[in-house]
Write a protein that binds this ligand. Structure first.
Ligand code: ADP
Length: 765
């Protein structure tokens, strides 16, 4: 999700990120580093307290035990003299205020002397089964020390040593004999048993504080709590051997040579769980003389409390300073935000077209400059928009003028872009495409809108490639109609508006239809003329046969036949021309006995030639030749050329029709000795309706279509026509036709075996 923040909110976020985060980070780092320092100094402090207290207690207990041993060796004790013992014990108890009672028993366990509360008595009670007495038989140099027992809230411990005749206690090594003597009591003169009140010694330990919250307590070698600052907790006598620190201490106390191990012991405080389940910094120190240990503990929370407090205070100061400094920041940025707001408001108003908006930002700083630039820009913009609107109005007027001109043009006009898309069309195109709103075709490829075809193939853009292209007889097929069009395309070079072509469309559908109607009419009229002409000719032949008695009549009739033949040729020519123009000339491709056909055409014209006093002859190859083609049309060709030769040769002239084989072609030539043709006319002879001027042609009848038909028929047979002529000396008209294949093909007159030649189609006549 994207959140849009205002400038003020951004400043606030920036402030938080840039200012507050590093401060909190510093506070955090400071807190952690000071915690480590505090832990290390608390560890040092604790190690010192615990080891000092332990060494003090250890010293006191060693002194007490040594005193017991020393006393047990006094003479009076060895001799078991009650008086001496009483005196010594009273003195001893007086010297050590911790001594609650001191007694000497004989080897059988009868208590001989007891000193208690400053009095010596002789109780003579049997203590032979007490722990303190039985312990004297232990084969050890150390005194027996009982476990600490509390009576009336006071801790007591009982210490006993044997009273020996020969060996001083404290010797480390006993011989085997001495050990045996000890075990069976043979060298034991009695027992010295002292009970100490340890209240003041223990108090000197547990009353000590480590730092402000740290404390110490004492455990024995079984993990029993024997001294603790919390008397209620102590009263419950908990065994706390399972706590981490105590079990470490007990492990050390189980050391065989505890005394020497303890001498080099160092307390190493570490964090663990206390006997009461609190996270503490704790350490222990052994008391070798009694196999006790002092445990020191300081709650971790208290160790760190000072660092914690300071960091909380620092954070509080930061939080209190936050709103104040934020307020100061926002006030300081107010001077930037207000102008920016005004600028924003101005930009929105100007964007909405209100150029009258005035900015009130003064000052010479960047914002002042920005405001002045902004105002100047708005004024310039207003001016430009004014100019633009005026120009637009002018352009609109120009455009409507142009549109009016284009729309009054009867030809269609299409303007195309470089990628052949429609940019503009006039009204004629819209009526051509029957579109009520031409704007929908703008931007579309023009050939999609106008599906044009040329020679039955779709028109392509590449056909406009030239600078000027003229394409005639284009067909536009629309769903309901078909139009014939002539197109003229002009290419625009480097047009700044990206225009590429202007195409003018001329609709020739109507004139084509009129032309077709005309050709149909001519064709029909010629057909209609041919029938009566044939009848007239038949009657004339009949007259010659029946009126042979009159030479004059015969001659008249022959003239009439010759004239009707000329008329027939003319009608045939008109029919052929009409077929050619309607593209309806249809040829059959048959193997023709060409020598015979030429010979027959020469014969047909012999009368006309003779009548004019001309010699007409044929020069044919010895071997008759054949051609492929349509007999009727080819007869018309030969007939036309011979007729022309007769027509344009003066009396006494000679006409020769020759046939020769030239390569794959059969060349037929009609040569005359007539008037010849001027060189400038030769190139135009085969054009439709062309006739030379002057000479025989001036007054002669002719249409100028004969040679055009000749050329059209020969080219439809894949042949060529030509003429060679010298003015005043005669002409040679020739044409070629392809030789038929060697093997005589099967003559088939079905339409599939007819050839379509050029633009003409085969028609069965
Ligand atoms: P027409 O003969 O009906 O005028 P053609 O197309 O047959 O039309 O001939 C065109 C023109 O060519 C003629 O008018 C004539 O001037 C010229 N011409 C044709 N044949 C010959 C020829 N054998 N000798 C001289 N001129 C000729």
């Amino acid at each position: 999700m994207k959140v849009n923040l205002g400038i003020r909110a951004r400043i606030f976020v920036f402030y938080l990120v840039v200012a507050l985060t590093p401060l909190i980070a510093v506070d955090y780092i400071w807190y952690h580093s000071s915690r480590d320092q505090l832990t290390s100094s608390a560890s040092d402090r604790q190690a010192v307290s615990v080891s000092e207290s332990a060494q003090r207690l250890s010293q006191s207990m060693t002194d007490k035990l040594n005193a017991v041993v020393t006393h047990s060796q006094e003479n009076g004790f060895v001799a078991l003299d009650p008086d001496q013992i009483s005196t010594s014990l009273l003195h001893y108890a007086y010297q050590d205020s911790d001594v609650k009672s001191a007694a000497v028993a004989d080897p059988s366990g009868i208590e001989q002397v007891l000193v208690q509360d400053g009095k010596a008595t002789r109780p003579l009670t049997d203590i032979s089964s007490s722990d303190a007495f039985t312990a004297i038989r232990q084969v050890t140099s150390a005194p027996y020390v009982s476990s600490v027992a509390y009576t009336n809230g006071q801790p007591y411990v009982t210490v006993s040593v044997p009273i020996l005749a020969f060996n001083r206690l404290g010797d480390q090594q006993l011989t085997e004999a001495q050990a045996l003597a000890r075990r069976y009591g043979s060298d034991i003169k009695g027992a010295f048993i002292v009970t100490f009140n340890l209240q003041s010694l223990f108090q000197s330990v547990v009353a000590n504080r480590i730092g402000t919250y740290g404390y110490m307590y004492i455990i024995d070698s079984q993990g029993n709590l024997i001294a603790h600052p919390d008397s209620q907790y102590l009263a419950s006598h908990p065994n706390i051997m399972q706590t981490n620190e105590v079990s470490n201490a007990l492990k050390f106390l189980s050391n065989i040579d505890l005394a020497s191990a303890a001498a080099s012991y160092h307390a190493t405080p570490s964090v663990s769980k206390s006997e009461r389940g609190v996270q503490v910094l704790s350490s222990n120190f052994p008391i070798a003389a009694t196999a006790w240990a002092i445990i020191g503990e300081e709650p971790v929370a208290n160790v760190y409390s000072s660092a914690h407090h300071i960091s909380i205070i620092a954070l509080m100061i930061l939080l209190l300073a936050l709103p104040a400094s934020l307020l100061i920041t926002l006030l300081a940025t107010q001077g930037i935000i207000s102008p920016i707001r005004e600028l924003t408001e101005g930009a929105v108003r100007i964007g909405n077209g209100d150029f009258s908006y005035q900015l009130h930002i003064k000052g010479k700083d960047e914002l002042g400059t920005l405001a002045r630039t902004f105002t100047a820009m708005a004024e310039r913009l207003q001016k430009l928009i004014g100019q633009y609107q005026t120009q637009n109005l002018k352009l609109a007027a120009e455009r409507s003028k142009l549109q009016a001109v284009l729309n009054t043009t009867t030809d269609g006009i299409i303007v195309l872009s470089k990628d052949y898309k429609i940019v503009l069309v006039n009204r004629m195109i819209s009526s051509l495409t029957s579109l009520p709103d031409v704007s929908i075709i703008y931007g579309k490829p023009w050939l999609d809108v106008l599906p044009l075809t040329l020679n039955d193939k779709p028109l392509e853009n590449k056909q406009l490639a030239g600078n000027f292209t003229s394409l005639d007889n284009i067909i536009l097929r629309l769903t309901d109609k078909m139009r014939y069009l002539n197109l003229t395309a002009v290419r625009l070079e480097n047009d700044p508006n990206g225009l590429a072509y202007i195409i003018t469309v001329h609709d020739i559908t109507q004139s084509r239809e009129l032309e077709a109607m005309r050709l149909d009419f001519v064709s029909m009229a010629a057909h209609e003329l041919r029938t009566p002409l044939t009848a007239v000719r038949g009657y004339l032949e009949l007259m010659i046969r029946n009126w042979s008695n009159s030479e004059a009549n015969k001659k008249y009739a022959q003239h009439a036949i010759a004239t009707s033949d000329t008329l027939g040729s003319l009608i045939n020519n008109i029919l052929s021309l009409s077929r050619i123009e309607r593209n309806a000339m249809k040829l059959s491709a048959k193997r023709l006995p060409w020598s015979d056909i030429v010979q027959s055409e020469v014969r047909n014209h012999t009368f006309a030639a003779t009548a004019k006093g001309l010699q007409l002859g044929a020069a044919l190859p010895e071997t008759p030749v054949e051609v492929m083609g349509d007999e009727l049309y080819l007869r018309e060709v030969v007939g036309n050329l011979i007729s022309n030769a007769i027509h344009y040769t003066e009396t006494g002239g000679m006409i020769t029709v020759s046939v020769a084989v030239t390569g794959d072609n059969i060349k037929t030539t009609v040569a005359d000795t007539g008037i010849g043709i001027a060189p400038e006319s030769i190139g135009k002879l085969f054009e439709k309706y062309y006739r030379t001027k002057g000479g025989l042609t001036t007054n002669s009848q002719g249409t100028g279509i004969g040679l055009f038909i000749v050329k059209s028929i020969i080219e439809a047979h894949h042949g060529v026509v030509g003429v060679e002529s010298v003015l005043g000396h005669g002409s040679q008209f020739y044409f070629t036709l392809p030789k038929p294949p060697e093997e005589a093909p099967h003559v088939d007159t079905t339409p599939e075996h007819t050839e379509t030649q050029g633009v003409n189609k085969v028609e069965w006549l």
